[in-house]
Design a protein around this ligand. Sequence first.
Ligand SMILES: C[S@@+](CC[C@H](N)C(=O)[O-])C[C@H]1O[C@@H](n2cnc3c(N)ncnc32)[C@H](O)[C@@H]1O
Length: 274
Amino acid sequence: MSETLSVWLALREAADTAARSATLTRVIADALPRDRPVRILDLGTGTGSNVRYLSRRLPIPQDWLLVDRDPALLAEVPARMTDCHIETRRMELGRLDDSEIFSGRHLVTASALLDLVSQRWLRALAERCRDRGAAALFALTYNGRSRCSPEEPEDGAILELFNRHQRTSDKGFGVAAGPGAVDAAAACFAAVGYHVRREPSDWILPADGKPLQRLLIEGWAEASLEIRPAEASMIQRWMSRRLEHVDAGRSRIVVCHEDLAAWLPSTQAEKLLC
Ligand SMILES: C[S@@+](CC[C@H](N)C(=O)[O-])C[C@H]1O[C@@H](n2cnc3c(N)ncnc32)[C@H](O)[C@@H]1O
């Protein structure tokens, strides 16, 4: 599992970097202190893509706590980065019952995580952030939309099956919010007093990005098959045609995501962090 996930995370990192909202990153950078090390918690770190992106864009020095349940992925995070102190911790985040990880954090962040978590988990997350006065930045949450070119007649049916899979799976956080995760997160953070801002962070995958497109299509087919095994032959035919487009260098895919930034009015944040 780790190895497959590690390959997937490595393949997607360039697309993630290109897609993320520079505007929201700046909004959050401006909400962070400049007179002391910035203390940051990254949830569901994987191999550290979010840290690599943010460390160059946030005020320095930085003190990071990186948390994931998979020690093999965490072992791939570079032990040192300029002006960053990095600690990794293996932890099951499904119940979010260890509030110590939030202690003294100015920023709580995650990338490509929120679509995996439940509404209940998002409520608990917003409360944990609010209790500590932390700002929040959640990047690259899938929002249920994608477009493939050239089109195939079954594209819509596969998208629907995949989205149903996203809405019904449980990765240890309760039933996933899936494509509704950004709406749910925005509501949860607003409900506990945060300003919330959202921006699109769509992947625009060109024809020469063959390995990533291939894994994406195979993943969509696998999830669709889990939801509707009786449609195996339709799904298989669809996958074969889509992969032919990839191999022929004529496939373009857009996968829609959103970034979300949330921050407290500055006086409230200061009071809570002191
Ligand atoms: C899609 S990956 C994103 C990784 C990384 N943030 C990135 O953008 O490359 C989701 C990560 O969440 C972690 N994860 C999934 N369920 C988890 C759980 N219940 N507790 C802790 N980590 C979990 C996985 O191990 C994986 O590293």
